[in-house]
Design a protein around this ligand. Sequence first.
Ligand SMILES: Nc1ncnc2c1ncn2[C@@H]1O[C@H](COP(=O)(O)OP(=O)(O)O)[C@@H](O)[C@H]1O
Ligand SMILES: [Mg+2]
Length: 279
Amino acid sequence: MEKPLGVETASERPSIDPAVDFARAIEHGKPDFAHGVILYLDDISVSFDGFQALNKLSLAIDVGELRCIIGPNGAGKTTMMDVITGKTRPDSGTVFFGQNIDLLKMTEPEVAHAGVGRKFQKPTIFEQHTVFENLELSMKADKRVRNTLFAKLNSEQRDRIAETLRQIRLEDAASRIAGLLSHGQKQWLEIGMLLMQEPKLLLLDEPVAGMSDDETERTAELFLALAGKRSLVVVEHDMAFVAKIARTVTVLHEGSVLAEGPMERVQNDPRVIEVYLGR
Ligand SMILES: Nc1ncnc2c1ncn2[C@@H]1O[C@H](COP(=O)(O)OP(=O)(O)O)[C@@H](O)[C@H]1O
Ligand SMILES: [Mg+2]
């Protein structure tokens, strides 16, 4: 059963503990994207008490790609993200970031430091702080700039925050208390907080759930603007949204890839129609 929207356990939240030893992430080296592939999953299997959540799943995402992942409830979409981010260890298979970084050897914070940002369904923003402060805090949680924690922002940092505010369409809300934002704006703020950490790859699990039509439309524009600069993997149920942003769509079913290709082809694939309509 799919969890209701917004219900999330504490252990599901990403670790942003700044005390995590950044040097350990550095030890794994810099990712090498020379072959144009940012993420490579091969033959991944995960079982929970005998239930096969992922079944020999293989997937490759190109640098700068915007990939949509669809599939019925229970298909294994969230489990796939859990494997990529180090939250769930697969029973077998490999996961590489670039050609050289073996994500299965890394802890959750190490995966994040390597450049994989994950957006959970429920925004985990600092509700009592302003929008600007949220972005500032997320930048400073990054160890690379941690020595500036008690220092004033320099102009480059201010520019980065301003640029992010513009991207997430909150430039007019910079001094608002984050807790007072609309649901959609909170989602954008959390995406902005991820962007402050400059991830190479962004994983977004049902980002437009609960958004108004207008907010959904603006989110599509945001993702299209980010594609190319970063790689995005978007898991979403909203087919209209997927149709708007998708280049390549991957359909997961019972823990493996059922179909993959351009939206139109996938939508008309009889096997895909069956798993969606056959329920
Ligand atoms: N920690 C877990 N323990 C047991 N079963 C789980 C766990 N996480 C996921 N599952 C099961 O694995 C299947 C895939 O779940 P999930 O990856 O959340 O699917 P999706 O995100 O595609 O809806 C579901 O049947 C779910 O109940
Ligand atoms: Mg899910």
